[in-house]
Design a protein around this ligand. Structure first.
Ligand code: 5AD
Ligand code: SF4
Length: 417
């Protein structure tokens, strides 16, 4: 039997899909890159934006055509699903399976009894990369930011035991993995027995081997001195942090239910940069949150200039039914949201280029993860994209590079022999 998997959304969904693959392959399903010809399609959906949900509606139409030529064809929906969408997708899919219940897939497919695993994160995944692995440490979210569906789609926080996490990583390092991403909706609230996130970071850092540790995502309210001190140890921990601020205005932050002020956020960044001067910093922003005035938006622009980010993921607000913000009027027009995004992007382009220029003439280690035309492409310790030329196959390798050119979104360099 052949299966095809469709993944939408974040690294967590990629990781979940790797667990789905492991279960299906344990019951002799073989992966196929094409949907046509598959006996089973599993969709790991994302609900963060309506556009991602709409893509699943599009797939349902395709399934109808496939079913005509293969009556045995089955489609399963899992991932981040909202209750209201479950009802809508009921007809389009043969089964809708809660991501925390995917161990039941064999039983659902009528093959054999399910595995006895309490926490689905403990399923050993079928990794999609041979050198970079996603290792979930917690899932779910207790924060209920006003705009966000995650707490409804993924339910409350559950942390994985530190023993399981360390065992999985040790196994990966034995297989020569070079990069470990610790994943969670809010890694800073990781807690298993007496082990919190900083302690876990130290435990991972202590595993012998030549590899990097990165993590996502962090919530500023839980990002404290203890985490900063753990990052400052350096070692295998990457000098890169994504700390989503979402808005540079206190009133907007309050209506977003974020539980910190701009000043508190900036103080944390100051402490971080004092202790780790070379840290590279990115953030997530939402423009056009309901009621965001021009003046409030300008506070976000000011924050951009003050903090000088290396990278920012700018999102235009989209209403998500069932969230607290859905009760507020989405009163900022699409054109205005685009304009605000444009203004922030222009500031980011300046700061990103300035930050990149600091790497000129320096040496970086780059983990090569792909190729584009003649260039090998990878990320350095600081999570900067670096391009190099080489006739050798560098995929999945750590390469020492001298940085020769700084562009806005990437660096160029030469491999050091
Ligand atoms: N509209 C726009 N952006 C959103 N995000 C989450 N929910 C929404 C929404 N309703 C963004 C946030 C978060 C990132 C993963 O997605 O910036 O950090
Ligand atoms: Fe969503 Fe906020 Fe939880 Fe992040 S912390 S997943 S933005 S509710």
């Amino acid at each position: 039997m052949k299966y095809h998997i469709v993944v939408y959304g974040c690294q967590m969904n990629i990781s979940d899909a790797e667990r789905v693959s492991a279960i299906l392959e344990s019951i002799n399903y073989k992966k196929t890159p094409e949907m046509n010809g598959a006996d089973l399609v599993v969709v790991t959906m994302c609900s963060i934006r309506q556009s991602a949900v709409d893509r699943v509606h599009g797939l349902v139409e395709k399934f109808k055509t496939i079913k005509k030529s293969n009556p045995k064809f089955k489609a399963i929906l899992t991932g981040c699903i909202l209750k209201k969408d479950k009802n809508k997708f009921f007809k389009g899919f043969d089964y809708i399976v809660d991501i925390r219940e995917i161990k039941k897939l064999p039983e659902i497919l009528g093959v054999k009894k399910s595995q006895k695993i309490d926490n689905y994160l403990d399923i050993i995944p079928k990794y999609s990369s041979k050198f970079s692995a996603h290792v979930p440490i917690m899932t779910g979210c207790n924060n209920f930011c006003a705009y966000c569906v995650v707490p409804y789609a993924r339910e409350r926080e559950v942390s994985r035991s530190a023993e399981e996490i360390i065992a999985e990583i040790k196994n990966l390092i034995k297989k020569d993995y070079k990069e470990i991403w610790l994943l969670g909706q809010n890694v800073n609230s990781y807690k298993s027995k007496d082990i919190n996130f900083p302690k876990l970071l130290k435990m991972v850092n202590d595993i012998p081997g030549d590899f990097w540790v990165r993590f996502t995502s962090s919530h500023p309210k839980d990002f404290n001195s203890e985490v900063i001190d753990a990052l400052a140890i350096g070692g295998k921990i990457s000098p890169y942090l994504n700390l989503p601020i979402q808005s540079g205005d206190d009133k907007v932050l309050k209506s977003m239910n974020r539980h910190y002020t701009v000043k508190e956020y900036k103080n944390k960044i100051k402490e971080l940069r004092d202790k780790i001067p070379d840290i590279c910093l990115s953030t997530d922003i939402i423009v056009g949150f309901p009621g965001e005035t021009k003046k409030q938006f300008n506070n976000t622009a000011k924050l951009f200039r003050d903090v000088e980010y290396d990278m920012v993921y700018i999102n235009k607000y989209s209403t998500r039914a069932g969230t607290a913000a859905a009760k507020l009027k989405d009163n900022i027009s699409t054109a205005e949201k685009k304009e605000r995004e444009k203004i922030l992007t222009a500031i980011l382009k300046e700061t990103a280029l300035e930050k990149n220029k600091k790497f000129l003439g320096t040496e970086s280690v780059v983990l090569i993860d792909g190729k584009s035309k003649d260039n090998w492409i990878g990320k350095n310790e600081h999570y900067k994209t670096v391009q190099v030329k080489s006739a050798k196959n560098l995929l999945g390798k750590f390469v020492k590079v001298k940085i020769t050119e700084a562009l806005i979104w990437s660096l160029k360099g030469e491999v050091i022999k």
